[in-house]
Write a protein that binds this ligand. Structure first.
Ligand code: AMP
Length: 185
């Protein structure tokens, strides 16, 4: 099953994607996590990405699409994958669709996790990541609204979106995701 997790910053995409990936025994690919690992290892990729991440801006498409498609080309993704945090704009969504199509693959589900914005800000401030300061959080929401949210319309038009309420206990939200995937299978 090829799944994209979609939703605003702080909605729990990473947590839920990781649990579902383990359950389905398919890789969880988070572009943010790949960038953070590259930053921690002081790799050139990390140094470049950090300039954008620290300000809550999108890392340029060229770099981000290269790492996402690279991960998707690994043999362990042949039986399915969960993408988390990619695509984040229309150009990335189109690059993803083209690359998957070229390999005879497609996205089966876009899981759209939702929560009220107040709850999201609170969760992110608690998370305490280095890019979770108030000012950077504000920028990340602006970027989400302007660049990422329109991608949802693109997937909605294609009838791929499954909306799931992201408010509640981790296990409860995971169960909603499993139920939703079963319903739309
Ligand atoms: P995340 O862990 O998904 O919140 O990502 C953390 C940061 O990594 C984002 O704020 C961006 O700076 C960068 N990033 C992650 N995924 C992407 C993407 N698909 N396009 C551009 N930048 C990204």
């Amino acid at each position: 099953m090829n799944i994209v997790f979609f939703g605003a910053p702080g909605v729990g995409k990473g947590t839920q994607a990781e649990i579902l990936a383990r359950h389905l025994a398919i890789p969880h690919i988070s572009t943010g996590a790949i960038f953070r690992a590259a930053v921690a290892a002081a790799k050139p990729l990390g140094l470049e990405a950090k300039r954008y991440m620290d300000d809550g801006l999108l890392v340029p498409d060229e770099l981000t699409t290269a790492i996402a498609l690279d991960a998707l080309s690994e043999p362990d993704c042949a039986a399915g994958f969960i993408l988390d945090g990619y695509p984040r704009n229309r150009a990335q969504a189109e690059a993803l669709a083209a690359a998957l199509n070229a390999g005879g693959r497609e996205i089966d589900h876009v899981v759209y996790l939702t929560a009220p914005i107040d709850e999201l800000v609170e969760r992110m401030l608690k998370r305490g990541r280095r890019d979770d300061t108030e000012e950077v959080i504000r920028t990340r929401f602006d970027v989400y609204q302007q660049e990422t949210a329109p991608v949802l319309d693109y997937y909605r038009e294609a009838g791929m979106v499954t909306e799931v309420n992201g408010v509640g206990e981790i296990e409860q939200v995971q169960q909603r995701i499993l139920d939703a995937l079963q319903r739309t299978a």
